[in-house]
Design a protein around this ligand. Structure first.
Ligand SMILES: [Zn+2]
Length: 99
């Protein structure tokens, strides 16, 4: 039996929005919601991660501090531009501390 499933349709958590027409996916007795990030990416997110504020973006919000960290490491402005152009995964690779 799945636990209580919160109806998150039409809700917004940080950069993630749950479409009003969304339907939860049940996996391992947990509800996952198809969220749409402000950056345009889609992500299936656990309902509790949303309601507890643990997931607030598709991952792009976590990538942004990495760019700032790159700036703190005094990379050249040209290099910084290259970092900013990369996708989230590549950014995480460039940043040793992914906090
Ligand atoms: Zn995003």
């Amino acid at each position: 039996m799945p636990g209580l499933i919160h109806d998150l349709r039409g809700a917004r958590f940080g950069r993630l929005a749950i479409p009003a027409t969304a339907a939860p996916v049940i996996r391992d007795r947990r509800a996952y919601w198809p969220a749409v990030c402000d950056c345009g990416r889609h992500k299936l997110v656990r309902g509790t991660a949303l309601t507890q504020g643990r997931t607030v973006s598709c991952g792009c919000w976590r990538a942004d501090p990495a760019v700032r960290q790159g700036a703190r490491l005094q990379v050249s402005p040209r290099r910084r531009k290259q970092i900013a152009r990369l996708g989230g995964q590549a950014r995480a690779r460039l940043s040793p501390q992914n906090s």
